[in-house]
Design a protein around this ligand. Structure first.
Ligand code: UDP
Ligand code: MG
Length: 200
């Protein structure tokens, strides 16, 4: 999860059908610093996806290590973590049929130089000096990544509390956020009494 001090909130079940997806979008520190958060959200809403949660937060290294676990050991990994923890990001959970793939179409190719005009990265991004490609947005690449990324990865050591937050009650698909771990957690109820992706 990417938020602090949101308080406990139940956002309720997804609004379309059982196949409706959720994706974690981040307006990365470059996009946030440049004041592009509104433009990114405008494009998401114009496309027709729904905003399910919004927060502004500076990601911790612990959150980023979990978020980018698949890239550990790659040459751009350290610069990527450095860049992503360099300032606030806007974290947005979006919702809608096929929104994971759909947002990646809106975002465009990873490298802004190659991203097609019309896309967020193609229209608003460019190559700057440095190893890491600063490319304005992150979007989940699969339902599994989305569930993992929406979950908070605050380690127990930070909060000094239990590694297991209470499993919230609520209907299937309910998205919860809260401060139960001494940090914010977000999770989605998979079936009553069971939750996917609570913080660890
Ligand atoms: N990245 C980079 N150089 C690369 C590949 C990736 O700097 O050769 C950065 C870039 O910011 C990218 C992030 O690492 O957005 C995660 O990489 P991924 O391949 O997952 O790209 P994405 O899913 O963001 O398009
Ligand atoms: Mg990726």
């Amino acid at each position: 999860g990417y938020g602090h001090d949101l308080g406990v909130t139940t956002l309720g079940p997804v609004t379309e059908t059982a196949q409706t997806e959720r994706s974690l979008i981040l307006v990365k520190p470059d996009g946030f610093r440049r004041g592009l958060t509104g433009e990114v959200i405008r494009r998401i809403e114009a496309k027709g996806y729904t905003l399910a949660a919004l927060a502004v937060v500076t990601p911790t290294r612990e959150q980023l290590a979990a978020h980018y676990a698949e890239h550990e050991g790659k040459p751009f990994y350290e610069p990527l973590l450095e860049f992503m923890s360099s300032g606030p990001v806007a974290a947005v959970v979006i919702e809608g049929q096929e929104c994971i793939k759909g947002f990646r179409s809106l975002a465009g190719a990873t490298k802004p130089t190659e991203a097609a005009p019309g896309t967020i990265r193609g229209d608003l991004g460019r190559k700057w000096a440095g190893t890491v490609d600063e490319n304005i947005v992150h979007g989940s690449d699969s339902p599994e990544s989305a569930a993992r990324e929406i979950a908070t990865r605050e380690p127990a050591a930070r909060s000094g509390r239990s590694r297991s937050p209470p499993v919230p009650s609520g209907p299937s698909g309910a998205l919860h956020t809260g401060g139960a771990c001494g940090a914010v957690w977000w999770c989605v109820v998979s079936k009553p009494g069971h939750a996917l992706g609570c913080c660890m």
